[in-house]
Design a protein around this ligand. Structure first.
Ligand code: SAH
Length: 396
């Protein structure tokens, strides 16, 4: 059976032979065979050579998302079953993340060669994020496959904000299958208990990507005074408390997030954490003015820029945070700089730390350059998937 073809403009095929999965409209010469949005298409070069197989969407800036570079491989149920079961097997068998009450990312979109599909597992519930029309149209099939592979009690959809406009598909938060998650859904992470608000919490309810960074920071906190800025449900601060911190101050602007944090502290039996609501920029400035100091400062702000136009403003924000953090950091203190803005590279973050160190007239050592936990891998051919940076440094 011949399937519709998307023909590339001359000299535009190289990125796709390079296995990058996003074909933007500007690279396309013409479409043959009138595919409907969401249909399978073959991407071919100007000379008519097969490049890859993908899903079409004329309504998106990404006209084709590519899934297979093997000619003749159909993007059918068996294909998605295979991809998802291999993604799961990696988390279960290699990373050993699977346990009845574990939280981990089962599938990370392009990083698992399934552009547009994120699946997070929280114990018996799955949170699914769809960000492409092609996979949104296939959601029933995908849920069926996930039920086969993971036997969840419920599957909940948390569409990415803005996807309606970007992809031309209307999705809302909803239960896709099974029972709604309980209000007190909890997971165990490195021996600690975390509440997950799957239906209303940020992201899909919890920040799984910081799991290993939280553990790494916790190990440095024995006897220390720790400031956890942008704490959400308390992640870094809870690990600090377990690591033996003398005191922890956790800051966030969201009251529901702090409420989760307080409940997490109680569930784990930690009494050394203070949760404070407020804007981090203002609160850090106030703490510095008051002459407060800390031995460990964690900065884990949300994404500051979604496009290149907002990068200068974003960099200003990161710079301001680092300036304030260095003022608060006592001698030989540890700074934890997290940055989930994909458009800012590790080298940019390191350069920023260097510049702020110079301004503050302090020697700063980089102790570790970290990324997201390995259930959030980076596709070698789509390095946009490597969004999270976490630099541990020490200021003399
Ligand atoms: N460190 C957390 C994840 C942080 S996510 C963890 O390990 O789980 C970023 C957090 O920053 C969110 O909880 C959001 O509510 C908060 N936030 C965003 N802007 C803020 C601001 N200006 N001041 C304080 N908190 C802010």
């Amino acid at each position: 059976m011949s399937i519709p073809k998307v023909v590339l403009k001359p000299k535009r095929a190289q990125p796709f032979f390079g296995r990058h999965p996003w074909v933007f409209a500007g690279a396309v010469e013409r479409v043959e065979g009138a595919p409907a949005d969401g249909d399978e298409v073959e991407l071919v070069s100007t000379a008519g050579n097969f490049v890859a197989r993908g899903l079409y969407n004329a309504r998106s800036k990404i006209v084709v998302r590519l899934y297979s570079w093997n000619e003749g491989v159909a993007l059918d149920r068996a294909f998605f079953h295979n991809r998802l079961s291999r993604a799961l097997a990696f988390r279960r068998d290699a990373l050993k993340l699977h346990a009845p009450d574990a939280g981990y990312r089962v599938c990370f979109s392009e990083a698992d060669f399934l552009s547009g599909l994120i699946v997070d597992r929280y114990g018996d519930w799955l949170a699914v994020q769809l960000s492409s029309l092609g996979l949104a149209n296939r959601r029933e099939m995908l849920v069926e496959i996930l039920r086969e592979l993971l036997e969840p009690k419920g599957v909940y959809l948390r569409p990415e904000k803005g996807i309606g406009k970007l992809e031309g598909v209307e999705l809302r938060d909803q239960l896709l299958w099974g029972e709604p998650p309980p209000a007190d859904l909890t997971i165990r992470e490195n021996g600690m208990t975390f509440l997950v608000n799957l239906t209303e919490g940020q992201k899909t309810g919890y920040y799984l990507d910081q799991r290993d960074n939280r553990a790494a920071v916790g190990r440095l906190c024995a006897g220390k005074r720790v400031l956890d800025a942008f704490c959400y449900s308390g992640g870094f601060g809870l690990y600090a408390a377990r690591g033996g911190a003398a005191e922890v101050l956790s800051l966030d602007s969201s009251e529901p997030a702090l409420e989760l944090g307080r409940r997490n502290a109680a569930a784990n039996g930690f009494a050394t954490i203070t949760y404070q609501m407020g804007d981090v920029f203002r609160t850090l400035a106030d703490l510095a003015t008051a002459g407060r100091t800390f031995d460990v400062v964690v900065l884990d702000p949300p994404k500051f820029a979604r496009d290149r136009a907002s990068l200068p403003e974003a960099m200003k924000g990161y710079r301001r945070l680092h300036q304030l953090a260095l003022r608060l950091l006592d001698r030989d203190g540890v700074l934890v700089s997290c940055c989930c803005t994909g458009l800012i590279a590790m080298t940019d973050l390191e350069e920023l730390i260097a510049q702020v160190a110079v301004e503050a007239r302090r020697d700063v050592q980089l102790l570790a350059r970290r990324g997201a936990a390995p259930d959030h891998p980076v596709a070698a051919t789509c390095r946009e998937t490597g969004y999270l940076k976490c630099v541990l440094s020490r200021a003399l």
